[in-house]
Design a protein around this ligand. Structure first.
Ligand code: ADP
Ligand code: MG
Length: 318
C-alpha cells in the first residue's frame, strides 16, 4: 500500500524486451525504436462505464484494450511490435493491476509486442493503448481498396460477442458450455493478426468488425466508393450462438453486434481458393457473405429478397 506511480510502473509494467529494435524502453522521457519501412499506428481507449462495466476485473480490461488495438493492425495487414499504455486510475489496487498486467503481457507476448512506455495518472478509470506495427510496402490493407464485384468475406463467426455481452448484462450464470463460450468471445476476443498478415497482397479492402458488420462494411463501401449486397443466410453463426438464441436474433447480433474483432475483407472472385488455402494453416475460415456493387449503401438479402435489418451499429455520440 501507499505505492507511488514509479513503484507501480516498475512492479507491473517495466519488463525486459527481446526486441533489438527497441533502443530505449520504459524509464526515459520517451521511448526510441529503430525501424525502416512503413510504421502503422493505432490507438484505442476504453472508459469504465462506457466500454466495460465499472466492476470489471483488471485481467479482462488488460486483455481487451490490447486486443482492440491488435485487431486494428490486423485489419491493416501490419505486424504489431511496440505499444504505449496510458492508465488513469482512481486508486492503486494491487489485485486489479496484477490481473491487468498479467493478461496484458500474456497477449502482448503472444504477438511479440513490447510495452515501451506510457503514462500513469489519477482520475476516473480510463485505459488507452497506442500500438505501433510494421507494414510491408505496397501490401497495406485499407478500407478504400474495394472494387465492384469483389467478394466480401468475414472470418470466424459473428454475433457471439454481442450475445455474450447480453448474457453478462442480464447476469445470466454460466449454466452451459455455450454460455461460457459466448461470454468468453466478449471478454477475450481473438484479434486476427495472423489472418490479416496472410491476406496481404490478396485482400483488396479490409476492416476489423468492432462496431458491427453493417456499420463496418459500410465504412469499406464509403471509402471504396461502392455499395454492398450481403446474404444474411450466409453469415457465419456459431453453433453456440444458435443453441441459445433464435436464428433471427442471432442474425441481428451478427449484423449489428460490436466487438467481434473478426476481419471483414473483400477480394477478387477468382481468389476464393487461394484465401482458403492461406487461412487453412491458421485454423481459420473465411466465409463469402456477398459482394460489392456500384450502388452505394449496404443491402441485406434474406431468402433472395432485400429486407431492412433491425438497427445499425454502435454509435458513440447518439
Ligand atoms: P514523464 O513525466 O517524463 O512523462 P513519467 O514519470 O510519466 O515520465 O513516466 C516514467 C517512465 O515510465 C516513462 O518512460 C514512461 O513512458 C513510463 N510509463 C509511465 N506510465 C507507464 C505505464 N502505465 N506503462 C508503461 N510505462 C509507463
Ligand atoms: Mg508522463
Amino acid at each position: 500500500m501507499g505505492q507511488d506511480e514509479f513503484q507501480v510502473i516498475s512492479k507491473y509494467f517495466r519488463r525486459q524486451t527481446k526486441d533489438s529494435a527497441v533502443l530505449l524502453g520504459i524509464g526515459d522521457d520517451a521511448a526510441v525504436v529503430d525501424m525502416s519501412g512503413p510504421i502503422v499506428v493505432t490507438t484505442d481507449t476504453m472508459v469504465s462505464g462506457v466500454h466495460f462495466q465499472n466492476e470489471t476485473s483488471g485481467d479482462v480490461v488488460g486483455y481487451r484494450v490490447l486486443a482492440a488495438n491488435l485487431s486494428d493492425l490486423a485489419a491493416m495487414g501490419a505486424e504489431p511490435r511496440w505499444c504505449t499504455l496510458a492508465l488513469t486510475l482512481g486508486s492503486i489496487q494491487d489485485e486489479w493491476l496484477s490481473g491487468f498486467s498479467t493478461s496484458f503481457f500474456d497477449l502482448a507476448d503472444q504477438h511479440g509486442v513490447s510495452l515501451i512506455g506510457g503514462d500513469l495518472t489519477r482520475g476516473p478509470l480510463v485505459v488507452t493503448v497506442q500500438l505501433f506495427g510494421v507494414g510491408k510496402e505496397d501490401c497495406l490493407l485499407t478500407r478504400s481498396g474495394g472494387n465492384v464485384d469483389d467478394q466480401i468475406y468475414v472470418t470466424g463467426s459473428l454475433g457471439d460477442s454481442a450475445a455474450g455481452l447480453s448474457l453478462i448484462k442480464k447476469g445470466i450464470a454460466d449454466v452451459s458450455d455455450e454460455h461460457r463460450f459466448l461470454k468468453n468471445r466478449f471478454l477475450r476476443p481473438t484479434p486476427r493478426v495472423s489472418e490479416g498478415l496472410a491476406m496481404r497482397g490478396i485482400a483488396k479492402a479490409a476492416i476489423d468488425i468492432s462496431d458491427g458488420l453493417l456499420a463496418d462494411l459500410g465504412h469499406i463501401c464509403e471509402s471504396s466508393g461502392c455499395g454492398a449486397v450481403i446474404d444474411v443466410e450466409r453469415l457465419p453463426l456459431s453453433t453456440e450462438l444458435l443453441a441459445l438464441f433464435p436464428s433471427e436474433v442471432a442474425q441481428t447480433f451478427a449484423l449489428n453486434g460490436g466487438e467481434d474483432y473478426e476481419l471483414c475483407f473483400t477480394a477478387s472472385p477468382d481468389d476464393g481458393t487461394a484465401i482458403e488455402q492461406r487461412l487453412e494453416s491458421l485454423g481459420t475460415k473465411a466465409y463469402a457473405i456477398g459482394h460489392l456493387v456500384d450502388q452505394p449503401g449496404v443491402v441485406c438479402h434474406r431468402a433472395g429478397k432485400p429486407f431492412i435489418p433491425a438497427s445499425t451499429g454502435y454509435l458513440h455520440f447518439t
